[in-house]
Design a protein around this ligand. Structure first.
Ligand SMILES: Cc1ncc(C[n+]2csc(CCOP(=O)(O)OP(=O)(O)O)c2C)c(N)n1
Length: 384
């Protein structure tokens, strides 16, 4: 048995001060220790996949991060592990518990995942070790993990067995109280607006995002491809996979780099897929995060199948999730309004109705995801 402090302080020596995840009762002492310590940051994520993407964003912003989760949540994490951290090569440390460990009595819902946890990591090409059980194992284990992450720029996992960490009392709440925040919701819908398209919206966003002060994260599908085709700048990242994770990745970058404005360009399908992250952004993001959702009411990139977006007021959801300013509109001027919002202490949301359809002969980026990331990190002067 180890003390949480022994691991956390050894990890701090290696630069880890940011944590995110979804709890497991095996992890309680560990999470409590992190939450209690004011010099460590803990983001309570809605979903393990979002937690991974936020940790990836933090690493991109120059702050290595640790994701803590129950192995039940590994299913939620498969998409960002296979199509974000693997493809772009983004390192972070995963600590997952081993519920349902074969031979150890546990609840029925953990049985199968307990049997396949190690194989699942193997299948996803994430190397793993058993979480250290004695103080003297911590340093060498962290050194191996850290060396792998530096060399391969991919995640490494520790699998924590029952009773590994001795108990730790929770002394404070990890979540910032935003109940007194001034929240503004505004509808700019016009009865006679001529609906714009994705490309015009992206062109205006490009004009309003100076390369040296902003980072743009474009969601999966046509949005990233159109942004690339319109102007392929060093401050942009195209999420080729991990649909829905643009907002959680952007949150991680925005938290690690408060000096930069992080602009997330989401889609209605992607926003719906990971709407839990609206709540995480509302509670944790500062005023350097702008979340724009281009809503064509369809999964345009896969053949224009309808989403339920026509029935949804995304800006009301953002407002109710705690964003400082939440705007909705059907005219391109909404983009300017989003960038011109007055002083506010939290994130800004802009929901713009657009038409479906894309540019003729839409190219795919001819630069690899890893090249895009390397260029972005050089541009914002960070490294893993
Ligand atoms: C997890 C996951 N599910 C499905 C897909 C396939 N896919 C790629 S883009 C896309 C549609 C995205 O829709 P939306 O966010 O509304 O953006 P639009 O295509 O309309 O620009 C889908 C379903 C995927 N890449 N990842």
């Amino acid at each position: 048995v180890i003390q949480a402090k022994e691991f956390v302080e050894a990890a701090r020596e290696l630069g880890f001060s940011r944590y995110t995840g979804v709890p497991c009762s095996f992890l309680t002492p560990f999470i409590n220790y992190v939450i209690n310590d004011d010099s460590l940051e803990y983001v309570s994520s809605a979903n393990e996949g979002d937690a991974l993407a936020t940790a990836a964003g933090s690493a991109i912003g120059g702050q290595p991060a640790i994701v803590m989760m129950q192995n039940s949540g590994l299913g939620n994490a498969v998409s960002p592990i296979t199509s974000l951290s693997y493809v772009f090569r983004i390192p972070f440390l995963i600590i997952t518990t081993h519920r349902g460990q074969p031979g150890v009595k546990d609840e029925p819902q953990h049985e199968l995942m307990g049997q396949i946890t190690k194989e699942l990591f193997d299948t996803m090409k994430v190397p793993w070790e058993i979480f250290p059980k004695a103080k003297e194992e911590i340093g060498p284990a962290l050194k191996r993990a850290s060396e792998y992450m530096k060399k391969e720029q991919r995640p490494f996992a520790f699998i924590m067995q029952k009773g590994t960490v001795s108990s730790e009392e929770l002394k404070k709440n990890p979540v910032k109280d935003i109940s007194t925040r001034n929240k503004e919701y505004r509808s700019l819908h016009k009865p006679d607006a001529s609906i714009t398209n994705r490309n015009n919206a992206l062109k205006r966003i490009i004009e309003l995002t100076p390369e040296n002060k902003t980072v743009l994260i474009a969601t999966t599908g046509f949005t990233g491809r159109e942004l690339f085709a319109t102007d392929d700048r060093a401050n942009q990242l195209y999420m080729v996979g991990s649909m829905g994770c643009a907002s959680s990745l952007g949150l991680g970058i925005a938290l690690a780099r408060p000096d930069l404005k992080v602009v997330i360009i989401d889609g209605d399908g992607a926003g719906l897929m990971r709407m839990g992250n609206f709540a995480t952004i509302g509670s944790y993001a500062g005023n350097n995060l702008i979340h724009i959702l281009l809503d064509n009411e369809v999964h345009d990139s896969t053949g224009s199948q309808a989403t339920v977006a026509g029935n949804i007021d995304f800006a009301k959801i953002a407002e109710a999730s705690g964003y400082s300013v939440s705007l909705t509109g059907n005219d391109i001027e909404l983009i300017d309004e989003v960038f011109n919002t007055k002083a506010h202490d939290g994130p800004v949301f802009g929901h713009l109705k657009i038409s479906s359809g894309t540019m003729d002969d839409l190219p795919r980026p001819d630069i690899t995801p890893n090249e895009v990331l390397t260029r972005l990190m050089k541009h914002i002067e960070t490294s893993f």
